[in-house]
Design a protein around this ligand. Structure first.
Ligand code: ARG
Length: 471
């Protein structure tokens, strides 16, 4: 079979070269976008009088036939046709004859492939905003169900101060909100049309790039033809956003894994989301969070891979750039897998309120509060800190907690202690004392949940609008 670019050549391509340079095995994923772009391009060629309308109509119906064949899995892709663009063009030629060869007028594969990637990624961005929104919903659900569940908060993985479990869940809601906003913001850089840049310098044909942009729902067109075909920033930005999302999922995974351990027993993932051991009958393993934590590595890898491909690459298209795809597809699949599982896994997680409460009763996470108590009685904070440090040491040496000490024992450390400390030290009191905006007091957390729900409703609206827009 002769190559679409075969005119200049006198020899057949070496078989190994053909295999080495072909991208069809992975860029076939861009088939829908490729046809979508071609339909808009050929419509424009007709509108601008570059092709007669009859040819345009023939090419369009041919493209739709090829689209149907691909959707039904009837088109056999071959590496002899190198990539998705030429596989589709060949199929079009087979379908409509030589007139199909007019489709590529005023276009290059360089602006074509870039257009496909822009179309592909803008759909993924909307999909991921929507998946993150569902995960937030699950986290908010757990927060609402746990507005009175107190657990130790940690720093250095050491018990620090008690917090509401709802507050802990809402921290992740905030993290994923930043991810949503980053994706939403990236949309405007993704939704820019490269087509019309030609190979690198533009085209001699009197095309109308803005008309193509309008048909494809792009908000703008690339200002500079060289930049249009050289730019992969939008993919790197996506891979970076994906890395951040995975990093957040991985942190949550780590906590779930800890909470599932016998040492913590703070939470239990539903059986449907865990697996067993082939040898140890007692095991119930948190494989999903473990795998998400593990897969974070490949998502970072894909980001660094592409950053490195682009480093030092001269303008404009270089074949190196074909390496932008596999990592991107892999990241998309990895993220889809993780996010699809996380929302139902969080929604069905059992929270062991009693166990968390027990943990809070048996630690010194209320120590800051008696230091603050002494401050309120006029002692400078540094001195109060010293006094309580000694009190805690005394407790450890006598196998007691702060609530176990008698007032006489307290008086060994300071005369300022009164009967009211026993009230101050109660976990509910400790939590509710942190009544600042963004703090863990229950009224603050309730307000945070309310605000998050309002933001979530806005994201719902955004998704509705952009699912339509990005089609
Ligand atoms: N398969 C190529 C890629 O993915 C398409 C662009 C090819 N352009 C070229 N001038 N060889 O990068």
């Amino acid at each position: 079979m002769s190559k679409l670019w075969g005119g200049r050549f006198t020899k057949k391509t070496d078989q190994l070269v053909e295999e080495y340079t072909a991208s069809i095995s992975f860029d076939k994923e861009l088939a829908e976008e490729d046809i979508q772009g071609s339909l808009a391009h050929v419509t424009m060629l007709g509108k601008c009088g570059i092709l007669p309308q009859a040819d345009v109509d023939t090419i369009k119906s041919g493209l739709l036939k090829v689209q149907g064949m691909i959707r039904r899995g009837e088109l056999e892709f071959t590496i002899a046709n190198e990539d998705i663009h030429m596989n589709i063009e060949k199929a079009l030629l087979d379908e409509v004859g030589p007139v199909g060869g007019k489709l590529h007028t005023g276009r290059s594969r360089n602006d074509q492939v870039a257009t496909d990637m822009h179309l592909y990624l803008r759909k993924r961005v909307v999909e991921f905003v929507s998946l993150l929104n569902k995960l937030q919903e699950a986290l908010i659900g757990q927060a609402k169900a746990n507005q009175d569940t107190i657990l130790p908060g940690y720093t250095h993985l050491q018990r620090a101060q008690p917090i509401l479990f709802a507050h802990h869940m809402m921290a992740y809601v905030s993290m994923f909100q930043r991810d949503i906003e980053r994706l939403q913001d990236s949309y405007k850089r993704i939704n820019v049309l490269p087509l019309g840049a030609g190979a690198l310098a533009g085209t001699t044909f009197p095309i109308d790039r803005h008309f193509v942009a309008e048909q494809l729902g792009f908000d703008s067109v690339y200002e500079n033809s060289l930049d249009a075909v050289s730019d992969r920033d939008f993919i790197i930005e996506f891979l970076s956003n994906a890395s951040m999302i995975m990093m957040h999922l991985s942190r949550l995974s780590e906590e779930l894994i800890l909470w599932m351990s016998t040492e913590f027993r703070f939470a239990e993932l539903d059986d449907a989301f865990c697996t067993g051991s082939s040898i140890m009958p007692q095991k119930k393993n948190p494989d999903v969070p473990e795998l998400v934590r593990g897969k974070t590595g490949r998502v970072y890898g894909n980001l660094f891979g592409l950053l490195t491909v682009l480093k030092s690459l001269p303008l404009a298209y270089n074949k190196d750039m074909q390496e932008d795809k596999e990592g991107m597809f892999d990241t998309v699949r990895t993220l889809q897998g993780a996010l699809q599982l996380f929302a139902p896994m969080i929604a069905t997680m059992k929270v062991n309120k009693d166990r968390m409460r027990q943990a809070v009763n048996q630690d010194f996470s209320n120590a800051t509060d008696i230091a603050d108590y002494l401050v309120n009685k006029g002692l400078p904070f540094r001195q109060a800190h010293e006094v309580i440090g000694k009190t805690v040491l005394y407790c450890i040496q006598h196998n007691k907690f702060l609530l176990d000490l008698t007032l006489d024992e307290y008086h060994q450390f300071s005369e300022l202690f009164g009967q009211d400390i026993y009230q101050v030290l109660q976990p509910e009191q400790v939590v509710n004392a942190r009544n600042v905006y963004g703090g863990t007091a229950s009224n603050q957390v309730a307000a945070a949940i309310e605000r998050a729900e309002a933001v979530k409703a806005q994201t719902d609206k955004w998704c509705e609008e952009y699912i339509e827009k990005s089609k």
